[in-house]
Design a protein around this ligand. Structure first.
Ligand SMILES: [Zn+2]
Ligand SMILES: [Zn+2]
Length: 699
């Protein structure tokens, strides 16, 4: 007889060895040539430099449960893993390392800096994939992908060039979100609004000398004025006009006349535009076209000039009056307000709560900035993606996220995809130094397609990281090549992702799938909530309230971790875990694993090395208790399957727990002991053995 199992479950001795055996046996590998029906999940690729946190723990455990369940059902299950190069995030990390040597990326130069990033990625990258193995993730590691892999880069280029040829990728001079610290453009989604207690300053702009209009108030010196309100007074240095509504009687006589812009000695026009809400404030708004997207649009329509008064670092530049030059934007804000006050032109200051956009990577306040960038025209992509949801070709779990998706797609704006970074996919565009031609090509050109000249310069920018990850469901399968994986495993089946990247990633993948493959990339989208601490706070390094999944594994076992997150996870709802009392949080999961272990141990000792008896052979000898547990088993299996099909993983976990602990362990195992000892005769013993084996297998 085999060695009896130790009486206490020791996950440290069991889990890793078992995992290694599974991996070596190739149990996680999917076969594109298989006849079985495929079931496919692609992992949301973590940043290549990421370290495992509880969010990954939750998200990947859910994927693993679904994959293992389908694999057990006999499907050809593929869980494809990989990592994301994470342009801005990774570049920031390496820039900080370089800064420790007292250098900047500019000191190193582009090539050397990118070399440093690759070096860093090779040394530290992929740690997270090892960590996912440690918590039992049964991904097909032979198919591990990286967004900068050669074949994935080819997919990126194919998509850029194709969209350009269709006129859907274009270069535009526009207001974009700019991070003055990262020194790059950001998409609208990367500029995250944060509720901020700010102020609304009401400033008075006098009418220009010689302009008189009936009905306007006067300053003590007799000049007439208009009042405008702003949350960013420093931008007035770049004002080039004031706009009123065309139907606003109060200002009708002023349209086409001029104001004197304080502090600058400049005269600026009053223009009329429908954009202005006459009911709001004074009904007059300042126009700073170089520093505000709405003002920029008004300026396009009304012909008002554009004046950029800030450096890329968001300091005041030389276009502004002398005293303000070189000031940081917030310093300039105080200085401008003080000057208005001294001139008697500050009408009032109000407290004002509003959403201020912050860089999603470094939390710096984003500055709208006018610059030349590449954009994707999104409306034509959004339409089919909306339709796919309305037709039910793609479903969200929980359903309510469908509305969020719809709202975003209906109001979608063009996507700014160029980044002033060095780490990422370089934009496949070249400019001819001789004739000025723009060349957009799948292969690097050696000469100008128009004049034959060889003085070509590649666009210095790289693409938004999400411009590669939105292709992930098919770029990982080898597209644009027609591969066996592509034919077998696309479309994927289910996507499991945090709801925080619904726009960044999920919606865009649906658009890309429909555009380039004519099919949705996946049928079901399971959205997880966030993992928070027991006080409901986001887990973060700075708060020190995180839980390290690997510490949990060390102390309680990976199964305790997995059981805990799955049994506590409702789709789309946040999960609260107490980081101060890990025993309370993960103890029940460990106890459950231990109970399973003990039942298995008990069974092995009682079944011994006897060949397993099929249930059919003992059908006549089954006793009521055997039939009872078998019927409970088939009921539990039905219910668990049903829960999983409806993506109710917590119900499945609870049901499995109830069956095992409440019915099998507490009742059947106790009742059956005398029979297993042979007290009731051999037939009864064999019937009990067969039933027990079946029930434990099922559990
Ligand atoms: Zn930033
Ligand atoms: Zn040329």
């Amino acid at each position: 007889m085999a060695e009896p199992l130790p009486p206490q479950y020791n996950p440290q001795e069991t889990e890793d060895a078992l995992y290694r055996w599974w991996e070596e046996q190739g149990f996680f590998r999917a076969d594109a040539a298989s006849e079985r029906e495929p079931y496919v999940i692609v992992i949301p690729p973590p940043n290549v430099t990421a370290m495992l946190h509880m969010g990954h723990g939750l998200n990947n455990t859910i994927q693993d449960v679904l994959i293992r369940w389908r694999r057990m059902q006999g499907r050809e299950a593929l869980w494809l893993p990989g990592t994301d190069h994470a342009g801005i995030a990774t570049q920031n990390v390496v820039e900080r390392l370089v800064a420790k040597e007292g250098k900047t990326r500019y000191d190193l130069g582009r090539e050397a800096f990118v070399g440093r990033v690759w070096e860093f990625v090779r040394e530290t990258g992929g740690v997270i994939l090892q960590q996912l193995r440690a918590i039992g993730a049964s991904a097909d590691w032979t198919r591990t992908r990286f967004t900068l892999d050669e074949s994935l880069s080819r997919a990126v280029r194919e998509v850029f060039v194709t969209l350009y040829e269709k006129g859907r990728v274009y270069r535009g001079h526009r207001i974009i979100n700019w991070c003055p610290r990262c020194l790059t453009a950001l998409s609208d989604e990367e500029a995250e609004p944060a509720e901020t207690q700010g102020k609304l300053w009401h400033l008075r702009y006098p009418l220009a000398e010689g302009v008189e209009v009936a009905g306007l108030p006067r300053l003590p010196d007799g000049r007439q004025y208009m009042t405008i309100a702003t949350t960013r007074p420093e931008t007035m240095l770049g004002d080039t006009g004031v706009a009123v509504h065309p139907g606003d009687e109060r200002y009708a006589a002023l349209v086409g006349r001029e104001l004197e812009l304080p502090l600058t000695g400049r005269r600026i026009p009053v223009v009329a535009d429908e954009y202005v809400d006459p009911e709001f404030g004074s009904g007059a708004v300042k126009l700073t076209p170089a520093h505000d997207p709405n003002d920029f649009e008004v300026a396009q329509r009304t012909g008002v000039a554009t004046l950029n008064v800030m450096t890329p670092e968001a300091a005041i530049n030389d276009e502004a009056p002398e005293p303000f030059r070189g000031m940081d934007r917030f310093e300039a804000r105080r200085a401008v307000v003080t000057s208005f006050e001294e001139l008697g032109l500050l009408e009032k200051v109000e407290e004002h709560t509003h959403a201020v956009p912050h860089c999603y990577r470094c939390d710096t306040v984003v500055e709208p900035r006018l610059s030349e960038q590449w954009f994707v025209s999104m409306k034509p992509l959004a339409e089919p993606a909306l339709q796919a949801w309305r037709d039910g070709r793609v479903r969200f779990h929980p359903e309510r996220f469908g509305r969020t998706y719809e709202h975003w797609l209906e109001n979608i704006r063009d996507w700014c995809i160029s980044r002033q970074l060095w780490w990422g996919h370089r934009i496949p565009v070249w400019y001819c130094g001789d004739c000025g031609e723009t060349i957009v090509a799948r292969e690097d050109p050696t000469s100008c397609t128009k004049c034959g000249g060889a003085r070509l310069e590649q666009d210095p920018d790289v693409l938004d990281t999400w411009f590669s990850s939105w292709l992930w469901p098919f770029s990982t399968m080898g597209w644009p090549e027609d591969t066996a994986d592509m034919r077998k495993f696309y479309p994927n089946s289910t996507l499991v992702s945090g709801h925080d990247i619904l726009f960044f990633w999920i919606a865009r993948m649906i658009m890309a799938g429909l555009e380039f493959r004519g099919e949705v990339p996946f049928r079901d989208v399971y959205l997880t909530g966030m993992v928070r601490d027991h006080l409901g706070r986001k887990m973060s390094k700075s708060l020190g309230n995180g839980i390290d999944p690997l510490v949990v594994k060390e102390r309680f076992g990976a199964d305790a971790l997995r059981y805990t997150v799955v049994s506590g996870s409702g789709a789309g709802t946040d999960q609260l875990l107490n980081y101060e009392n890990l025993d309370e949080t993960f103890g029940p999961g460990r106890n459950f694993a231990n109970k399973l272990w003990n039942a298995g141990r008990f069974a092995l000792m009682n079944l011994g090395d006897d060949p397993r008896v099929p249930l059919d052979e003992v059908a006549a000898d089954l006793e009521p208790m055997d039939r009872w547990i078998l019927s409970r088993l088939s009921k539990a299996v039905r219910e668990v399957t049903d829960s999983l099909e409806r993506f109710r993983l917590q119900d499945a976990a609870t049901r499995g727990y109830e069956f095992f602990w409440g019915e099998l362990a507490d009742w059947y195992l106790e009742l059956v002991k005398p029979r297993l000892r042979g007290d009731m005769g051999d037939a009864s013993r064999r019937a009990a053995q067969a039933t027990l084996a079946q029930a434990l297998d099922g559990a």
